[in-house]
Design a protein around this ligand. Structure first.
Ligand SMILES: [Zn+2]
Length: 239
């Protein structure tokens, strides 16, 4: 069920029955030569809609732009500051709360958004008694053990596989390349992506396949649908 396709009367009825909703959040940033720049928001959107369908709750339209200034060396990257991202999403959360949403599953498609989303989840909990759970597909799919750690980086094999499954028409498989692996260091030096990789790819990507992407997608959707069922039954989040 898509929130934006419903009338206000339909949403009034739906929210009276169930106070759970799903919000996909992504980013528009370079994903190497083979993947579209919208990979993160596409993934979060498609996962959110499939979970909403399975669990019978509304999914909102995705928030496309995220915290990804570190990719700005590459054409096509459109980012917002962490401050703007937080202020914008806080308003979205507050208006959802005003509409009667008390439990929100945020499906985040981009690691750069994580820190702000965690801050917001805590603020919503303290200020509104609203439960905001943050789901990130790559954490859910880790249990599959389908990919080695070096295949699970930015635009790597796992992410490429997911895109090949979700939007094969947007992936040029002939351009999938491996990138450098992140160096292990006792201290972290925060660099732009352009300093680390010339193609935008980090780690191994050539082992990507549509079949693996389908397995990742199916696992993530079924796990998150279980989460939403628990939210609906009051077994997860604030009472
Ligand atoms: Zn990504």
């Amino acid at each position: 069920m898509r929130w934006w396709e419903k009338s206000w009367r339909q949403l009034e009825d739906a929210l009276e029955e169930c106070d759970v909703a799903i919000l996909p959040v992504g980013s528009v940033e370079q994903h190497g030569p083979a993947l579209p720049v919208g990979a993160d928001y596409l993934a979060s959107w498609r996962i959110a809609e499939a979970v909403a369908e399975r669990a019978g709750v509304p999914a909102l339209a995705p928030v496309p732009y995220g915290v990804s200034a570190h990719h700005k060396d590459f054409p096509g990257t459109v980012y917002v500051s962490p401050e703007a991202f937080k202020a914008y999403l806080r308003d979205v959360l507050y208006s959802l709360w005003e509409q009667g949403v008390r439990k929100l599953l945020v499906v985040n498609g981009h690691g750069g958004n994580s820190a702000v989303l965690r801050e917001l989840a805590l603020e919503a909990r303290i200020e509104l008694s609203m439960t905001v759970l943050v789901a990130e597909w790559w954490h859910v799919s880790a249990e599959l053990s389908l990919f080695k750690p070096e295949e699970r980086h930015h635009a790597g094999a796992e992410e490429s596989s997911l895109m090949m499954h979700l939007a094969p028409e947007l992936v040029d498989e002939s351009l999938i390349v491996d990138g450098p692996l992140p160096e292990a260091a006792p201290v972290s030096e925060v660099k732009t992506t352009g300093e680390v990789t010339k193609t935008g790819v980090i780690g191994l990507a050539k082992t990507a396949s549509r079949e693996k992407g389908e397995r990742v997608f199916e696992l993530v959707v079924s796990k998150l649908a279980e989460v939403v069922e628990k939210m609906k039954r009051g077994e997860l989040g604030l009472p």
